[in-house]
Design a protein around this ligand. Structure first.
Ligand SMILES: [Zn+2]
Length: 666
């Protein structure tokens, strides 16, 4: 019986592949359904032979109450992108300067939901959403229902690897679903991407199965596991049964020159309207993995890839008024208030004008007929003025001189485009903005308090900085108009719970300029505690891997302000997490525990990122540049002579890759 079930499964896997991936079915839908029914009835009669990757899981059936958050094996970075061909050209020049022999691969930029799928011994074991790039949601049950994603591989494959790609909602499936929802009196989805991401988060996998999602897979990890080049890896992945972009329909193309790349871009800029799914640009990658390694990463994205985004839709409308917003850092952002206009699926009433330079560049007058565009960003942009339609008596827009909230004279620092209100202490939107940032989801995640509540508390004078939250009392809040017992309890409970939030998010929550979530994580990991960071010199801070001087200056000066000291003291008293809690794993003692290590050059056994991960795993710290405090330099092929000289002159020990391996007994 077991063999019978297995052979049915194999046959169905094969027909599924023929139909959904190779687009060349050999049996009719009816015959396929009959085979599937037979399998289902055998499986229900013999539950002892159950298999999570049986073709019968394609129809769904499992209910997931909530999706677990899990760590990515390899962080999922987003690509830097550009709307300008000139910038693409500059990027190519930069790449070629560093790696003259580099060639490129152009692919479609699918407008869907990014996914990482792991396979072990040839079967699908886990599928994770991008999430924040380091951890995402485990949506394996739902992904198994997508028929163009193989549950079982064919041919030869590595024992354990990950493939990444994008899950898309094809236009036909999208229309079909929205029609059904309209008929059922349900709300419709705004666009296929929203629909795909909403669908993947459904609790009922049989509903997911019915919606007709599709997927394109285009990145195999770890790099080099099946081919030394990106293009090669995609080709090999195709032989394992994955639906990969094919050269024959020009979904992927190898390019050696900027002309070839531009040709690929212009082809798809015109042809994309005929595709059965949405794309929003073209991705260009350096083909060889060793060249990719040489180019490396910035804090946010790889240097070996860039996305060209297609120009967005453009409409014209009238400018009614310019108003000014004050951010939590005191930055003033001018906002165009527009005659409402339909653009890219929504009604647009406001558009960002960024700063005074932008207003002057556009040469804006009140009542102008303006062109508005919506790109990848949520807030649309004013991109031009129709001068022919300007009224003779129109008045020019003049940037305000005083803060619209507190009337302080605005200042524009040398070299900065933004005007600032420097009344940091008592300008209301700055005070409440800092607290709103502190309680936001990515920071302390204090639920129960919304923006309006924060503004009210600030207005009433009961809080003026994040530290004040911890001294709020029940009696104080219940006395406020409109506050019921239940909501006051929720607020206070949320505040108490925030004391468990890890240090890196507390640091992010302080809202230090340039310190986003990623930088906060790096600083927290490196310094270990708020006290160590507060005492660090600018040089100490720039020693952290990929932390530059601009960030270091802001961090350093933050801890030297008396006003900030008041906030920090309050946080100490409140008992929030001001240091990293050591996990079991990071307590492993090794010869490099606590060592500050610089990695440079190219290695045989490790990619540079793997090497850095290994260092962290064994308790070492990755450091960006060599200084007197550096413990080791791990030197690979092609390390620059200036680095070697510096290490030698400072007496820093230099390890070869082999030395490193022996030191740790790897
Ligand atoms: Zn102000």
């Amino acid at each position: 019986m077991k063999e019978k079930i297995e052979s049915l499964r194999d046959e169905l896997h094969k027909h599924n592949r023929k139909y959904y991936i190779e687009d060349a079915p050999v049996i009719s839908d009816y015959e396929f359904d009959m085979l599937l029914k037979e399998l289902e009835s055998l499986e229900s009669a013999h539950p002892e032979y159950a298999d999570a990757n049986s073709p019968s899981v394609r129809v769904g059936g499992g209910i997931t109450k909530s999706f677990n958050t899990v760590q990515h094996h390899y962080s999922m970075l987003s690509l830097s992108n550009s709307y300008s061909l000139e910038e693409i050209q500059e990027w190519i020049t930069r790449v070629q300067k560093k790696v003259p022999e580099a060639t490129f691969v152009c692919e479609l930029k699918y407008d869907g939901v990014a996914i990482g799928i792991r396979y072990e011994n040839g079967v699908l074991t886990q599928a994770i959403t991008r999430g924040d790039g380091t951890q995402g949601d485990d949506i394996t049950v739902n992904v198994r229902t997508i028929r163009s994603i193989p549950l079982k591989l064919t041919g030869e494959f590595p024992k354990d690897f990950e493939i990444r790609g994008e899950i898309v909602m094809p236009h036909a499936a999208f229309k079909n679903l929205n029609n059904k929802r309209t008929a059922a009196g349900l709300s419709t989805f705004a666009n296929p991407r929203n629909c795909a991401s909403g669908t993947l988060k459904l609790q009922d996998s049989s509903e997911v199965a019915s919606r007709g999602l599709d997927a394109y897979l285009y990145l195999v990890l770890p790099e080099g596991v099946i081919s030394p080049s990106h293009r090669g890896a995609i080709f090999v992945a195709g032989t394992m049964g994955f639906k990969v972009p094919l050269k024959k329909n020009r979904f992927i193309e190898e390019c050696e020159s900027i002309d070839q790349i531009i040709d690929f871009i212009s082809h798809w800029d015109a042809a994309r309207k005929d595709l059965p799914f949405d794309i929003d640009g073209i991705v260009i990658k350096v083909d060889s993995y060793s060249a990719q390694q040489d180019l490396g990463f910035t804090a946010k994205s790889p240097r070996w890839a860039i996305a060209y985004k297609f120009k967005a839709e453009r409409v014209s409308t009238f400018l009614n008024e310019v108003t000014y917003q004050v951010g939590r850092t005191g930055a003033i952002t001018p906002v165009a208030n527009l005659e409402p206009v339909w653009l890219g699926g929504t009604t647009v009433k406001r558009a960002s004008l960024h700063n005074n330079d932008q207003i002057e560049l556009l040469n804006l007058y009140l009542g102008d007929s303006v062109f508005v565009e919506k790109g990848g960003e949520i807030i649309p942009k004013v991109v031009g003025v129709d001068l022919d339609k300007r009224a003779a008596d129109a008045t020019e827009i003049r940037f305000i001189k005083e803060c619209p909230e507190c009337a302080t004279t605005l200042v524009r620092k040398d070299g900065e485009a933004q005007h600032y209100c420097l009344n940091i202490e008592s300008c209301p939107p700055q005070v409440s903005g800092r607290i709103e940032h502190y309680i936001s989801r990515k920071a302390m995640d204090i639920t129960g308090i919304g923006s309006e509540t924060v503004q009210l508390f600030v207005e009433k004078g009961i809080i003026s900085h994040p530290g004040d939250l911890y001294s709020l009392t029940f009696d104080q809040l219940i006395a406020l108009e409109g506050f019921k017992k239940k909501s006051v309890q929720n607020i206070l409970e949320g505040i108490v719970q925030s004391k468990e939030v890890p240090f890196e998010r507390v640091l992010f929550g302080l809202g230090i300029r340039h310190v986003g979530a990623t930088v906060a994580k790096k600083l927290a990991k490196y310094f270990g505690s708020m006290f160590a960071l507060a005492e660090a010199s600018i040089e100490d801070i720039t020693a952290v891997d990929s932390i530059g001087e601009a960030i270091a200056l802001e961090v350093h000066s933050y801890f030297r302000s008396e006003k900030n000291a008041v906030v920090l003291d309050a946080l100490v008293v409140a008992g929030v997490q001001l240091e990293i809690v050591q996990t079991e794993q990071s307590r492993i003692e090794s010869p490099i525990t606590g060592a500050k290590i610089v990695v440079s050059g190219v290695f045989e056994r490790f990619s540079r990122n793997e090497l850095k991960d290994t260092i962290e795993k064994y308790g070492g710290q990755n450091v960006g540049s060599i200084s007197g405090k550096t413990t080791y330099v791990v030197a690979g092929e092609g390390i620059g002579p200036s680095k070697m000289n510096k290490a030698e002159s400072l007496g820093v020990s230099i390890l070869s890759e082999q030395d490193f391996i022996e030191l740790l007994n790897l």
